[in-house]
Every structure is written in C-alpha cells, then in structure tokens.
Design a protein around this ligand. Structure first.
Ligand SMILES: Cc1cc2nc3c(=O)[nH]c(=O)nc-3n(C[C@H](O)[C@H](O)[C@H](O)COP(=O)(O)OP(=O)(O)OC[C@H]3O[C@@H](n4cnc5c(N)ncnc54)[C@H](O)[C@@H]3O)c2cc1C
Length: 668
C-alpha cells in the first residue's frame, strides 16, 4: 500500500514525433511570443496525470473575483485583433457557438474562442494513457450522449455536421457489449466498508445491470434501482434482521401511503419531501436501508437522497411507490431525470446512452476538427479516436476560427452604449498579462455565476438571476491499471461502495473507436472509472455544493491517491488487486463547478421544476445584453450536452438577428 507508484514507464510509447510542430513566428501575433506553452513540442494535456479537470493554473485569476478583488484591465495590452465573434469558454457550448456561427456566416468569418483551461472541451475532456505502444482513453468529464433520440434539432444537426453516426458506432461495438460477460464478469458487487458497518464485506450480485456492458456508473450508485435485492442476497449483508425485512418490504408490493388524495395532490406532497424522508417516515423503513440508495440521483444533482425529492425518486424508478397509483408524467416534464419507468429513460423513448471511449470529448475533438481541420488530423468519426491533436495549430492568424487556451476572460464590455455599440471589448489574462481583443459580438459560453463579474454593466436583475444557481461539484477519477484479472476473478465489472471516498469503481465501458481499441483480454491494461460526490448530507442543497467545492479545492492529489489506493486494495482484495503493483497512473478530474444547477422542488418553486416558465432564473439570466449573448448549459438549467448546444444555437441566432446578417467582416 505504501510503496511509491512508478509511473514513468507509463508514458513509454508516446510518439513525441507527432506532437505539435513549431509554428513560424509570423503566423502568431508578436504579443503572444512570451507565453505560448501550446507550441511546446510536448504540450499534450490529455496525457497529463495527477490533478486534472479544474487543474492548478486554470482558476486562480477567476478566484480573484470570488475574493472581491476585481481585475484591473485599464492597462490591458491591445493585441490589435478584431473578430466577428469572440466566444468566452471553450466547452461544448462555446465550440458549438463557433460552429453555428461559422456555419451560418461562412468560412470567411473570424471567431476567437477563449478558455481558461490548458485543453479545450470544458467538462468534455479526455484522459489518455500510453503503455507499451498502446493508447487507452477515458472521459475525464462528460460521459455520455444521453437519450440521443431526445436531442433537440440543433444538437442533432451538429452531431451530423461533425461526422457522428451513432448507429454506425453502436453496430461497430456489438461484440464489445458482450465482452465482459464473455469473460465471466456477469455481475456487480456492493462493498460494505468497515467504517460504516464495522467490517469490510463484499457481496456480489449475480445479475449485471446494464446487460453486461459494465460501463461506468453514472452515479446511480448501487447498480439497479428497484428490485433485485432478494433474501439470499440480503442474508450475506451486514444489515440487521429488521433492515433486511424492511429492504424486502420496500422492494415488494406496498400500500397506497396517501389514500384519499388524487395523483396530482400526492405528487405535490412527494415533491416537497426528500426520498430519504419518504423511506424513513412514510414507508417507515429502517435507517440502514438508506445506504443502498444513498447516492441515487447524485449522478444528476451531486447530492444524495436527503436532497432528492421523493417525486424525482419515483420518476427515476426508486422503490416504494407501487401502491400509490401515480399517473405517468407527461412527456417532457422532468425530462432531465435519468432512468425509471415513468419518464425519460435511456432505454425507452430516448434511445440508449452512447458512450465513446473518451465520452463526449469525442464530440469536442470532432468539433475542433470541423473548426480547424489541420489541428485534428483525419476524416472520419472513427479516426478521431486515436487522432493526435496538434495544439500548436489551434491559434493561428489567417484561419476562420482560433482557440486560445490558458486564457481567462476578466472583462467584456461594449465600446459605447449596449444598444448601439458596434463592438465589444474583451479582456483576458494569459501568462499573467492582460490582453484585449475586439469582437463585433460576444457569446458568453462560460459559467452563469461568473458573468456578473466579468460583464459588470449587465442589469442588476439579470445579474441576480445569473448568480442564482450553484454548480454541483464532482470528481471523475481515471486509474490506469496493468490488467483486469482482479475483476475477472471476482466475476464483476463494477463494485459500488456508497460510503467510501469514491462511490465505486468500474471497468471502462467496453467500446472502441477506430484504432482506439478497448482491451479484449483481462491480461491487458485498462482504465478504471471512479466517481466522488463531495457533499454535506442534511444541509440545504446549495450549501452542500459550496461545502463540496471547498473540499475539492483544498484536497491535495496525495490525499486522493491514498484514498484511491486504500479503496481499490480493500474493495478488490478478493480479486488479488495490489495497488502498488497494479496501478500505473491516476488522473483525478476534479470539477468544483460541475453540473449546471437544475431546479429541485425541495428548494425551488414548483413551477420552475414542472414548467418552462419565463420566470426561471435561467431564462431571466440568458437575455441578450446588447451585442453580448449568453450560451452554456447553465442557461438551460440542465446538465446535458444537448442543452449546451441548444443554448449556443440560441445565443448565436440572437447575435445574427442583432447584427442583421450578412455580417461578414469588411476588414482584411
Ligand atoms: C463530470 C461530469 C460528467 C458529465 N457527464 C455528462 C453526461 O454524461 N452527459 C451529458 O449530457 N452531460 C454531462 N455533463 C454535463 C456537461 O457539463 C455538459 O454536457 C456540457 O459539456 C456543458 O458544456 P458547457 O460548454 O455549457 O460548459 P463547460 O463544459 O463547463 O464549458 C465552459 C467552459 O468555459 C470556461 N470558462 C468559464 N469562465 C471562463 C472565463 N472567464 N474565461 C475563459 N473561459 C471560461 C470553463 O472553464 C469551461 O472550460 C457532465 C459534467 C461533468 C462535470
């Protein structure tokens, strides 16, 4: 456990020869010469390990605003650059805004995308590992294209435009879907930890949730929401006899707990109590039962069932409601909730969730290829899997789009009065210096809560609305290991441990994309996926998010590493896992500002949750302000990729309407 991890060997096999070529200095503005890490031959953020996600160096400038120390832009260096559009934020929404704009205006348009991270994609980033000439990749953030059949039109069109063919991808991976099962990994396991239960105990469930795909848990936590907990299974657990009985009762036929009320009246009551309260006070089950469901909903809200409305629990298929005669939810209402037999489902109506090996980083990479074909070599969806991005080519003069990384925007204003100004002025900090560019319009594809600080002229009411939500913090950890024989010996592809530091560990979902091939034999290296939701159960949801965020920013990588090694050693011990021998590399993707804040009936007005009313803060906040418009998934109060695209599309349309197309630059 306490031996050092030797990871140096892991980078063997990375071909440095193909890494970013140096650019001719005349292609880059002179102002950039001093600080241009992207042009270093070994600049390749996807292969970086240690603390990733919101990595050191990406947030310090922004936190100066948090600490109420505004950035002085009066002495900003004028780069002399002038764009048709400046996009703040290089996540999926920002990249999509650049795409929609250029698609509409033409390749002659000039667009600059600015992002504070060392890599593009926002949450949709990838961790890439190399071992003995083999490339492995896993999503460092955004996991899935969820419910693709429910994707809005602009999102569907974008996927098509960048070359994504989901049917082709799914059929190419038909064999992979049976991979784990074919090696005897037919189930998942629950790990009862000694800190909670007085002893460490692994209990294997025989049925593989998800049909043996063995993919990363999206946070439902316990692998299987409703049934499946029979008396044989429960007899192996450290639960008290009363808790076992209650677990069986909860998962069996139940009475109507609210007789005499209509379905609508029951729903209102369920909307205003937590699922934890429902199980304890309505079903009157033993407290130990909560352990099984504790993290359900965290995959969408980053909080446990103490902050999950019971109604959402019903919608997601949690047990306890089968006697209550609740009417199905109308289509589209609560559509962001995953799973369950009552609403949006991955398997029914929405199409199955689609996971590329690196999650939605594949979309980000294809979007960047669409914007800058030279930077992401290749022609097809398949060849982007193993494509080596040339970061030196992201920000060059003379191309339609430029993506400038390591650049935190600190001020966006109109050059004149918002209603008539011809230009916006955008200041950003890069390498410790402040620069200024101009744009005929700006799209804010960054985080809502940051906009009032960097667009100080925005009306007060709009600022208040933008600041309303608090993004949910979470961690996706990728652990590259020498092989997966431990999982094979245990016959499982995932182990859930609701009360440990990470809520579980699973083998990367078995999918390949072109030359990025998923390991086929348990003797081959693989990447493990682990999830952590730092929160403070029992407190109001926003407070939980703030506490969780502070926890993430103050926890060192060393602490994470110790926790990861401890958890894997204990929960995989029956398979003979040895962290010192088996772990080759770790990337902790911490997202202190993770999921967009979604409305929750325990804390927000019911009409914000159940209707698309214009009084929702996300609508009030996203109104155009002169030539500055607002994209990003916060603007939809939805933590989903299709929402990020829809908001980008709207924000670009607002720019185009104001600017009375065509607005092609008349500059050279
Ligand atoms: C761990 C995780 C897993 C997820 N899984 C899924 C999933 O499976 N499916 C799904 O649909 N969605 C998922 N999401 C939600 C995801 O956030 C959205 O799908 C989508 O990627 C959001 O895109 P965005 O561009 O709006 O925001 P972001 O991805 O957050 O991008 C915004 C970018 O703007 C940058 N920025 C902010 N302020 C500034 C500034 N002042 N200057 C410069 N840059 C700035 C940010 O740093 C960031 O890079 C997940 C999110 C997380 C964190």
């Amino acid at each position: 456990m306490h031996r050092d991890i030797t990871r140096r060997d892991f980078l063997n096999g990375v071909s440095l020869g193909v890494v970013g070529s140096l650019l001719a200095p005349e292609l880059i503005g002179a102002f950039e010469q001093e600080f241009a890490p992207e042009r270093a031959p070994d600049y390749y953020p996807p292969t970086r390990t240690g603390m990733r996600g919101s990595h050191d160096g990406s947030f310090e400038v922004a936190h100066q605003f948090r600490d109420r120390r505004p950035w002085d832009v009066s002495a900003a260096i004028n780069t002399g650059e002038s764009y048709d559009l400046v996009v703040v934020g290089g996540g999926l929404s920002g990249l999509a805004a650049a795409h929609y704009f250029i698609k509409e205006v033409g390749r002659g348009a000039k667009v600059l995308v600015l992002d504070n991270h060392d890599d593009f994609g926002g949450h949709a980033k990838r961790n890439e590992f190399h071992h003995n000439g083999r490339m492995l990749a896993l999503n460092g953030g955004t996991l899935n294209i969820e419910s693709p059949l429910r994707y809005n039109l602009p999102a569907r069109q974008l996927l098509q435009d960048v070359g994504i063919d989901l049917d082709r991808f799914v059929s190419a991976n038909a064999k992979n879907r049976e991979l784990y099962r074919s090696h005897g990994l037919t189930g998942s396991a629950l790990f009862f930890d000694k800190e909670t239960w007085g002893l460490d105990k692994l209990v294997v469930r025989s049925r593989a949730p998800g049909g043996g795909r063995g993919g990363p848990s999206t946070g439902s936590g316990q692998g299987g929401r409703g049934g499946g907990y029979n008396s044989d299974f429960l007899a192996q657990t450290p639960l008290s006899p009363k808790a076992r009985e209650d677990m069986l009762r909860l998962n069996g036929p139940l009475p109507d707990f609210m007789p005499g009320l209509s379905s609508a009246e029951k729903k209102v009551r369920l909307a205003k109590m937590s699922y934890a309260d429902f199980v304890l006070n309505i079903v009157k089950a033993d407290k130990q039962v909560l352990w099984f469901y504790q993290n359900t909903g965290a995959g969408n809200f980053c909080v446990g069932i103490d902050a999950l409305p019971a109604l959402f629990g019903w919608q997601m298929g949690l047990p306890g409601f089968n006697g209550m005669n609740l009417e199905p939810t109308p289509n589209g209402v609560l559509a962001d909730l995953p799973g369950g037999q009552h609403g949006r489902q991955n398997g029914s109506g929405g199409g199955g969730a689609i996971h590329f090996p690196d999650g939605n980083a594949t979309i980000a990479r294809l979007l960047v290829r669409w914007l800058l074909p030279d930077a992401v070599p290749g022609q097809t969806m398949e060849d982007v899997g193993a494509a080596h991005v040339n970061y030196a080519l992201l920000d060059r003069a003379g191309q339609s789009a430029r993506i400038r990384l390591n650049s935190t925007v600190v001020n966006v204003r109109h050059d004149g009065t918002p209603s008539s100004a011809k230009e916006t002025v955008v200041s950003y900090v890069r390498g410790g210096k402040t620069y200024q560019v101009r744009g005929r319009a700006s799209v804010m594809a960054c985080w809502n809560m940051f906009i009032p600080s960097i667009v100080p002229d925005i009306p007060a009411k709009q600022k208040e609305a933008l600041a309303y939500g608090v993004k949910g913090p979470l961690v996706y950890t990728s652990v590259a290991v020498r092989d997966w024989t431990a999982f094979q010996k245990m016959g499982v592809s995932s182990v859930n441990s609701p009360t440990m530091y990470h809520t579980g560990v699973s083998l990367a979902e078995a999918v390949s994309l072109g030359d990025l091939q998923h390991p086929q034999s348990p003797d081959e290296p693989i990447v493990l996926h682990m999830t952590r939701y730092p929160c403070a159960p029992g407190k109001p949801r926003k407070e939980q998010h703030r506490i969780g965020r502070a926890d993430l920013l103050s926890t060192s990588f060393d602490t994470f590493e110790r926790k990861i090694r401890d958890q894997l050693a204990r929960s995989l011990s029956e398979g003979g896992f040895d962290p010192a021998r088996d772990i080759m590399a770790i990337a902790v993707n911490r997202w202190p500002h993770g999921y967009a804040y979604t409305y929750n009936s325990l804390y927000d007005p019911l009409e914000w949750v159940f209707t698309s009313t214009d009084t929702r803060p996300c609508v009030v906040g996203r109104q155009p302000f002169g030539s500055i418009t607002i994209a990003n998934s916060d603007a939809a109060a939805s933590p989903h990729t299709d929402a990020a695209f829809l908001e980008a599309h709207r924000a670009v349309q607002e720019v185009l309407q104001r600017r009375a197309m065509p607005m092609l630059t008349d500059r050279t």
